[in-house]
Write a protein that binds this ligand. Structure first.
Ligand code: NAP
Length: 264
């Protein structure tokens, strides 16, 4: 299947490790020119070099803290200046912490949402006029399946993700007349450093051992494993490709069948 991603310019946030890293490499394997964004400059440089190897094309690293509006705007301006256009945006950078509802201070909600919620919104707002002027584009938001599966020790994440599902659908309506498709991929548990950190935070919040919390969290996965970053990357690549040209406004759950309910 030809995804027709060759020479497209794709920006991937949170690409220094985990899901974003896998998405960047997958897009590069399809021949995209990839701009990777995160804070860790040396990890990003390695990712950009791997992208170059896979695509045989230009790739660039932008070091930025995407929880800040000025850094978001600088990121988009830098990519546009160097690569000339932006065809694909994958919003993925997120680091919402788990914890007990009554123990999480107000500032933690604001800090965590400034990256995961406002970071996605601001990146979309910054690329949207470029995509409108180009006559189209694709935005894919990585939105945790916690959107539809509330957990008392991860309310900050669940609420931000639920908002992003709504944002995805509404933005798809706004983009459609300009040929901009907006979708979301919704991973459940995925084997990254973040999953390990979340298990530790939720164990601390509920006063149980990490092993116990992990065993309970991973039990619903009847395929016998949780997701790999590559499982999520493949779904993102499909949704931003020409093979998904009549798909917009949807949130594709990639959870190995774990979510209960027939509309997941
Ligand atoms: P991860 O391994 O912790 O990677 C997070 C990425 O975000 C890193 O590249 C990190 O790079 C970047 N990042 C963190 N803070 C940033 C900031 N202020 N500015 C710019 N970049 C920043 O996480 P992951 O598991 O791959 O998760 C990626 C996304 O998928 C997140 O939005 C997460 O909520 C979502 N998700 C994950 C799971 C899961 O089970 N893993 C499940 C559902 C949804 P630097 O530290 O270099 O900045």
């Amino acid at each position: 299947m030809d995804l027709e991603l060759r020479d497209k310019v794709a920006v991937v946030t949170g690409a220094s490790r985990g899901i974003g890293h896998a998405v960047a490499l997958a897009l590069a394997s399809e021949g995209a020119r990839v701009a990777v964004v995160a804070r860790d400059a040396s990890a990003l440089d390695k990712t950009a070099a791997q992208c170059r190897d896979r695509s045989g094309r230009e790739a660039m690293a932008v070091t930025a803290d995407l929880s800040r509006l000025d850094e978001v705007e600088r990121t988009v301006a830098t990519v546009r200046e160097r690569l000339g256009r932006i065809d694909v945006l994958v919003n993925n950078a997120g680091a919402i912490r788990g914890g007990g509802f009554l123990a999480i201070p107000d500032q933690q909600w604001l800090d965590d949402w400034s990256l995961k919620l406002m970071g996605y919104i601001r990146m979309a707002r910054a690329v949207f006029p470029l995509m409108q002027a180009q006559g189209g584009g694709r935005i894919c938001n990585v939105v945790g399946a916690a959107a539809r599966n509330p957990t008392a020790t991860y309310l900050t994440g669940g609420a931000a993700n639920a908002a992003l599902v709504n944002f995805t659908k509404g933005l798809a309506d706004l983009g459609a007349p300009s040929g901009i498709r907006v979708t979301a991929v919704s991973p459940a548990a995925t084997r990254t450093e973040r999953w390990d950190a979340l298990m530790a935070q939720q164990a601390a919040a509920s006063g149980r051992s990490v092993d116990e919390v992990r065993a309970e969290a991973e039990a619903p996965y009847r395929l016998g494993r949780i997701a790999t970053p590559e499982d999520i990357a493949d779904a993102v690549c499909f949704l931003v490709s020409a093979r998904a040209s009549f798909i917009t406004g949807i949130c594709l759950t990639v959870d190995g069948g774990a979510t209960r309910g027939v509309y997941a």
